[in-house]
Design a protein. Structure first.
Length: 64
């Protein structure tokens, strides 16, 4: 999941900017991207809304 979150962030945003969009701290985003923490549903929903990816893709890498 961390790799997919990092993929959504892309190269045009740093962690601080992306964390602001998601409503989390840069430190927490770093934990998500490194796979040390699992984002709560609210963060997954914000990713879905802002980037048009399904929660299934974000979590598992697959589509339903």
């Amino acid at each position: 999941m961390g790799r997919r979150i990092r993929e959504l962030r892309g190269f045009d945003r740093n962690q601080v900017q992306f964390a602001e969009v998601l409503g989390v701290t840069q430190a927490q985003l770093s934990k998500y991207e490194r796979g040390l923490s699992i984002p709560p549903l609210g963060v997954l929903l914000r990713l879905k809304h802002h980037y048009g990816k399904s929660i299934d893709w974000i979590v598992t890498g697959g589509e339903v």
